[in-house]
Design a protein around this ligand. Structure first.
Ligand code: NAP
Length: 294
């Protein structure tokens, strides 16, 4: 293995220089890490080489250049195709896979890595390339115990590392859940923008008020999370019954303005079912049971 003479800024290899991989390599270079890069289409390394990156001709050369190897390509089959032939060279190094995939794919890759003596971290990047390098950006990691602690300073260059523990599948699972949360928020906000916009309210006027409201909603989430873990949903703030009446007002206002009501209708259906099942006096957290398929 290459001897690391840069104790504060150890060498790093980045495999995959698409939009995200290029941003990762650029952040490492900017922080002073000797950075070796490889991409299937070599020309994409040009701008990084101008900034000091070393272009490797082969995946094997790239892998042997650093103790920490970051891979960010399209999908897991591409990762496997790249790395299986160089498994022996990866032994004793740390592989950080920032390619998006499923928890099952991540766990399979972790088992493969363990079988070859490779320390493995599976990561989820909770930002776009523009957000790489910002402390406010979360990077989720799960995998070989101790690997994140050993490379935390280097990985912190990419964004704030969030340690999810030894299960390599959790970064993908959290990633999926967080994106689901994001799409639900986008959907609710776009519906509201259409609703308020029908009466002439500009999106830029409605949105700051919506953002303040999301801070209040975050407080509800923390309160309800504890209820869900306890399996007990006291309706001491607002009951499902109260919210069922409120969603009726939203649906009415939307109908009057020709706004598509499918999204609030789904919420209404779930609330009505909870009430019909005798849970109208519970908090909104009770609806988790519907998502659990019970
Ligand atoms: P991208 O710009 O389309 O780049 C794809 C990269 O994968 C390129 O380097 C491409 O090489 C490489 N690649 C594709 N198939 C390959 C194969 N069979 N063998 C070797 N290399 C292959 O995509 P991206 O935005 O960088 O995304 C990369 C990963 O990051 C994805 O898993 C994505 O879900 C994840 N991610 C992206 C974002 C984002 O905002 N962009 C955010 C979070 C996570 P060539 O240059 O040769 O085509």
């Amino acid at each position: 293995m290459t001897t690391n003479t840069h104790t504060d800024t150890p060498p790093v290899t980045v495999l995959g220089l698409g939009r995200m991989g290029s941003a990762l390599a650029a952040a490492l270079l900017a922080a002073g890490h000797p950075t070796t890069v490889w991409n299937r289409t070599p020309a994409r390394a040009g701008a990084l080489v101008e900034r000091g990156a070393v272009r490797a001709d082969t995946v094997a050369d790239a892998v042997t250049a650093s103790g920490l190897v970051v891979v960010c390509v399209w999908d897991y089959p591409a990762v496997s195709a790249l790395l299986e032939p160089v498994a022996e060279s990866l032994a004793g190094r740390t592989l950080v896979n920032l390619t998006s995939g499923s928890p099952e794919q991540a766990r399979e890759m972790a088992a493969w890595a363990a079988g070859h003596g490779i320390a493995y971290l599976d990561g989820g990047i909770m930002t776009t390339p523009e957000g790489v390098g910002l402390r406010t950006s979360m990077f989720l990691y799960g995998g070989t115990p101790g690997a994140l602690a050993r490379h935390r300073d280097t990985l912190a260059v990419l964004g704030d590392p969030v340690d999810l523990g030894a299960d390599a599948g959790l970064a993908s699972l959290y990633d999926a859940g967080l994106l689901g949360t994001m799409w639900s928020v986008f959907g609710g906000w776009l519906h509201a923008v259409a609703l308020t916009g029908a009466d002439g309210v500009a999106a830029v006027d409605f949105t700051p008020v919506a953002v303040r409201w999301l801070t209040t909603v975050s407080g509800f989430l923390e309160r309800y999370a504890a209820q869900i873990d306890a399996g007990h949903y006291p309706g001491d703030d607002a009951t499902v019954e109260v919210q069922l009446a409120a969603v009726g007002h939203l649906l009415h206002a939307g109908r009057e303005r020709g706004v598509d009501g499918r999204l609030p209708e789904l919420h209404r259906e779930l609330m009505a079912k909870a009430v019909a099942d005798g849970h109208g006096g519970d908090s909104y957290a009770r609806l988790v049971e519907a998502f659990r398929g019970r």
